[in-house]
Write a protein that binds this ligand. Sequence first.
Ligand code: HEM
Length: 128
Amino acid sequence: MTSLEQHLLWIDGHMTPLSEAFYGGLFRTHPHIKSLFGVASRAARKQMLRQILSSVLQLDEPWVRDELADTGRRHRADLEIPVEMYAMVQQALLAALEEVSGERWTPELATAWNEKLDAVTAATLENA
Ligand code: HEM
């Protein structure tokens, strides 16, 4: 098992603090993004974080890539999310992972996560 897989398993038991750190940090750094999320978007927020994390280890699966591309299409068509915002979300998630992980965080994990999140973003933006 790679250390990224182990870390992801650990994260799975810490989804509430991760979600708070991720969306809290994202909205603090980019207040304009907060208004894109509806007031009753708790379920959607959870779904979004889940899809990003659950895709990380399965990016070779065609159905996972198809689902990400579908999400990307909906984000463009229904939410008009500009491409530039993907880097903001990725940065906020990386910072939240680091914050929640405390002493578990290593430079190797940071590199591995960054590469995986790049790949998730690329698959989501496939037809952009
Ligand atoms: C990294 C790739 C991303 C993935 C996999 C992803 C995934 C999701 C999922 C699964 C949902 C639930 C609704 C649906 O399925 O359409 C969602 C909702 C949403 N996402 Fe994303 N997302 C991504 C990036 C982004 C970015 C960059 C933004 C820009 C701010 C964003 C903003 C939103 C908003 C505003 C909602 C709707 C919340 C509501 O219903 O109020 N997402 N996302």
